[in-house]
Each structure stands twice: as C-alpha cells, then as structure tokens.
Design a protein around this ligand. Structure first.
Ligand code: ADP
Ligand code: MG
Length: 251
C-alpha cells in the first residue's frame, strides 16, 4: 500500500501562453503536515484549484488514493475527501456559526439540510456541532451572526466548516490572510491540533507559522516546483532564501 494520498503528475495549467502551473509533480503523504510556499503569483492558489477541481489542467493528472480524479467535478472530489478553504472568506453572513456547521454536518449525515430539521430532529447533529464549536474556539460566539464575528473567528469557522465535511485531505489557502497579527497564532494552534489522520496541505506566507506547522515544505516559483524538503533543509536553503530576498515582504 502506498502511503501517498494525493499526487499530481506533470500538472500544467496555461492561461493563454502563460503557464501558471508548470509541470508540477507533487506527492502528499497520508497524515502529512505539508506547506506550499512561494512568492506572490507563484501559482499556489492555481495548484489548489487544480487539486480541487475549480480549474481543469491543460495537461497532467491528479491522483487521490490511487484514483485518477483529474476530470472529476469539485463536489465529487469533496465526496472523496478533498476539501479546501479559500483565500477569501466564503461564509454566509446572515447565519450563525452553529447554523452554518449544522447545515454541513446534517448534509454529511445524509439528513435533509433544512435548518430546523438539522438542529431539531437528530441529536447527532447537535453533538457533532458542539465538538466542532469547541475544537475551533467558537462556543462563545455560536449564536452570533457571522457578519458580526471578528475576522479571525470567521476564518476559524471556515476551517471548522471544511473539517465538518470529513476530509481525508484538507487544503488551506492562506488561513490567516487578513487576520490581525494577534489572532493568527490561535488559528495555527487549531490547525496544529487537527486530527492526525487528516492530511493537511497549507499555503502560508508567514515563515514562522509555516515552520512551526509543517514537516514538509514544497516551494513553488513561477508555477514550477522549485525545492522540497523538511523544514530544516528548506529554511536553510540558500536558493530558497534568494527567492524570498527579492520580495518586498518577508514571505
Ligand atoms: P499565488 O497563489 O501563488 O499567489 P496564483 O495561483 O493566484 O498565485 O496565480 C499564479 C499566476 O497565474 C499569477 O500570475 C496570476 O496572475 C495567474 N492567474 C491566476 N488565475 C488566473 C486566471 N484565471 N486567468 C489568468 N491568469 C491567472
Ligand atoms: Mg494565492
């Protein structure tokens, strides 16, 4: 049995003549804590979009647990266990965290997604929501409208929603983007505490957060895989440093 859960082979995505993803062959092991880093415009989000079926590749393949899923639509990939959060917040502002999670959990359990049924009819929904609300530090705000939540809490709810989909592979695209500095560590604490059996591939700019989270780091530059290794080898790699030194910000 291979311990590779997710793999790309020679993945290419062209926009016109421009290769946003350039011959990427990436392997993600089961239970990995893997970070995808690289300068702005390196193709990180595009790669996640190819993995999740938001985009179709120009060529190459995406393989999940040995199955070629390159042509599968997004929702079927979610069924098979690839779940992502977006770089930009995608929650329903008028709902509460409890309601948001209840919808996803009831859907997971095969219960009609009507809210009053989701919350009222099946105790398993409430129980699972309680666990998630606690795990993601949302108990205090579970009945507040999402629109009124602090931005960090919204991101926590997003990850909670993704985890409620029972992912095998969780893809997090900049989970602390836009979050004030003081709220970032809490989110990473939650990410670091995700169940070990859930494979996590994460895009993040802040190198301190990356190096505290990841075991494996993959570096994308100009759409191509530029370097890959454990935290120590990547953080001391002069070629990787050189890529970042040219940037206006750290990470
Ligand atoms: P990153 O997430 O690493 O910052 P992206 O994957 O968002 O980078 O973008 C990689 C490159 O592909 C960028 O130059 C971007 O402008 C380009 N790109 C992304 N999406 C599209 C699109 N839908 N059409 C044209 N160009 C795109
Ligand atoms: Mg991006």
């Amino acid at each position: 049995m291979s311990n590779i859960v997710l793999e790309t082979k020679n993945l290419v995505k062209r926009f016109g003549g421009f290769a946003a993803t350039n011959d990427v062959s990436l392997k993600v092991e089961k239970g990995a804590r893997q970070a995808l880093i690289g300068p702005n415009g390196a193709g990180k989000t595009t790669l996640i979009n190819l993995l999740t079926g938001v985009l179709e590749p120009t060529s190459g393949t995406v393989i999940l647990n040995g199955e070629d899923i390159t042509k599968l639509p997004s929702h079927q990939r979610v069924h098979r266990g690839i779940v992502r959060t977006f770089q930009i917040n995608q929650l329903f502002n008028e709902m509460t965290p409890l309601q948001s999670l209840a919808l996803v959990v009831s859907n997971q359990l095969g219960i009609s997604a009507r809210l009053w049924q989701a919350l009222g009819r099946d105790p398993r929904v409430g129980e699972r929501c309680d666990v998630l609300l606690n795990q993601f530090h949302l108990d205090d705000v579970q009945d507040q409208k999402v629109a009124l939540l602090a931005y960090g809490k919204r991101r926590q709810l997003e990850i909670a929603t993704a985890l409620a989909c029972a992912p095998k592979v969780l893809l997090l695209d900049e989970p602390v983007a836009g979050v004030p500095e003081g709220e970032r560590q809490e989110i990473f604490d939650i990410v670091n505490a995700l169940p070990a059996e859930v494979t996590v591939l994460l895009i993040e700019h802040d190198m301190d957060l990356v190096f505290n989270f990841a075991k494996t780091v993959s570096v994308l530059v100009n759409g191509a895989l530029f370097a890959e290794g454990d935290v120590k080898s990547i953080s001391t790699d002069p070629r990787v440093k050189a890529v970042y030194l040219g940037e206006g910000h750290h990470g």
